[in-house]
Design a protein around this ligand. Structure first.
Ligand SMILES: *Cc1c(COP(=O)(O)O)cnc(C)c1O
Length: 356
C-alpha cells in the first residue's frame, strides 16, 4: 500500500475563507472589482490574445507596467503566480535542506508552511504580546548568533495591521548577513516601502501582489523585486510558464492605471479609519474587546476572548470576518458594508458581553 512520507502525513493545507457570505470581510481583498472599472479594456485586451500559444515566461508587459507603477528597474522584477508562488520558489531555492530560516508570529502563516515543506529549519520568534511587533535589534542578534540564512516577514504585517518604519528595516538589512525577504503586500496603504532603496542592497527581496490594494486577487499575480543577481536566479528557478496570458494582460491593464489605484486606495484607507474608530468606541464600552490595534493597512486586528462567538454570530447574519483564536481580523469593505458590520457587531456585543 502506498504511504505518504512523514512531512505529507501531517500536512495541513491552507484553509481558505469560505466566500459565500453577503458581506465578505475575511480575506483582505479590495471591495472594488477591476471588472467594473476596466471591463471594456479587459475584454478588448483579452479578446486579442493568442490563447493557443504559450505565454511570455517573463511576463514582460506586466513587468514593465509594474516597474513603471512602482518606479523600479524592470531588470529587478520577477512575476509570479501570486506572491504565494514566489514565497514557495524562494524558500525552496534560496535555502537548502536544513538551512535555518527565521519567521515571526503572529505573521503570514505561509512562510513557515513552505519552510517546513522544503525541509528547512524554521524558527518562529514570538512577537511582544502587548505591542504585537518585533524588535529589529532582537532579530539582528538572533540572525547573527544562530547562522540564520533567511529572515522573512510582512511589513505592514498581516494579521497584526502594524508596520515597521523604513529606517528600522534598513537598519535590519544592513546589520545581518542573511537574505531578508520583506513582504510588502499591504504597503500600498502605507508610506514606508523600501522599494526606493532596493538598488542599494544585494541581500533583499521585496514581495508585492495585485491581490490586495489593486483589487485583482482573482488573477493570481505577484512580483518579487530584488537586485539583478537574485532576480536572475529567481527567473531561472521558477517554472517557465508560471503566469498565464490572461493574468499578464489583465495585470498589465490594472498597473497601467495608477490614478484609479490611488483613488481606490484613498477610499479604502478612509473607510478603514472610520471602521477602526467605531471599533475603538465599542472596545471602550465592551471590555470583552480587549484591544483594537493601530492599523496602517486595509484591515483591523482585535484581541478578544469572544472571537469565536462573534465570528459565528456574524456568519449567521451573512457577514464573514477572520477568526484566529484570541484575535479577530476584519477587512475594510465599502463604507456601507462596514456600517452594516458595525450594526451587527453592536447587536452581538449587547448579547454576549457585559457593558462597562
Ligand atoms: C494576501 C497575502 C499574500 C498573498 O498574495 P497573493 O499574491 O495573492 O499570493 C502574501 N503575503 C501576505 C502578507 C498576504 O497577506
Amino acid at each position: 500500500m502506498y504511504e505518504l512520507n512523514r512531512k505529507l502525513r501531517k500536512i495541513e493545507g491552507y484553509d481558505p475563507a469560505a466566500g459565500t457570505s453577503k458581506i465578505v470581510l475575511d480575506a483582505n481583498e479590495s471591495p472594488f472589482n477591476i471588472n467594473d472599472t476596466f471591463r471594456e479594456e479587459i475584454a478588448e485586451g483579452v479578446g486579442k490574445l493568442a490563447l493557443n500559444r504559450y505565454p511570455d515566461p517573463y511576463a514582460t508587459e506586466a513587468v514593465k507596467a509594474f516597474a513603471k507603477f512602482y518606479n523600479v528597474p524592470e531588470s529587478f522584477v520577477t512575476a509570479g503566480n501570486g506572491s504565494d508562488e514566489l514565497i514557495s520558489i524562494i524558500t525552496s531555492c534560496f535555502l537548502e535542506k536544513g538551512d535555518k530560516i527565521l519567521t515571526l508570529s503572529p505573521d503570514f502563516s505561509m512562510y513557515a508552511f513552505y519552510g517546513k515543506l522544503y525541509e528547512t529549519n524554521v524558527t518562529v520568534m514570538q512577537k511582544d504580546d502587548i505591542y504585537n511587533t518585533f524588535s529589529v535589534g532582537k532579530v539582528i542578534e538572533h540572525c547573527n548568533n544562530n547562522d540564520i540564512k533567511a529572515v522573512i516577514f510582512s511589513n505592514p504585517c498581516n494579521p497584526t495591521s502594524l508596520g515597521i518604519k523604513r529606517e528600522e528595516i534598513i537598519r535590519l538589512i544592513k546589520n545581518v548577513f542573511c537574505l531578508v525577504i520583506i513582504d510588502e503586500a499591504y504597503m500600498d496603504f502605507w508610506t514606508e516601502s523600501i522599494l526606493p532603496d532596493i538598488a542599494q542592497f544585494d541581500n533583499v527581496i521585496v514581495l508585492k501582489t495585485l491581490s490586495k490594494a489593486l483589487g485583482a486577487a482573482g488573477i493570481r499575480l505577484g512580483f518579487a523585486v530584488a537586485g539583478e543577481t537574485i532576480t536572475g536566479a529567481l527567473r531561472a528557478a521558477k517554472s517557465p510558464y508560471n503566469t498565464d496570458l490572461l493574468s499578464q494582460e489583465i495585470g498589465r491593464i490594472v498597473l497601467s492605471h495608477p490614478e484609479t489605484a490611488k483613488e481606490n486606495i484613498n477610499y479604502i484607507v478612509t473607510a478603514r479609519e472610520k471602521l477602526q474608530e467605531e471599533l475603538v468606541k465599542l472596545s471602550d464600552r465592551y471590555p470583552c474587546l480587549d484591544k483594537v490595534y493601530d492599523s496602517v493597512t486595509n484591515f483591523v486586528f482585535i484581541k478578544t476572548s469572544k472571537g469565536l462567538e462573534i465570528y459565528e454570530k456574524l456568519l449567521t447574519r451573512g457577514i464573514s470576518i477572520r477568526y484566529m483564536g484570541i484575535y479577530i481580523r476584519i477587512t475594510s469593505g465599502t463604507e456601507e458594508e462596514n456600517a452594516e458590520f458595525i450594526d451587527a457587531l453592536k447587536d452581538i456585543l449587547a448579547q454576549i458581553c457585559e457593558a462597562e
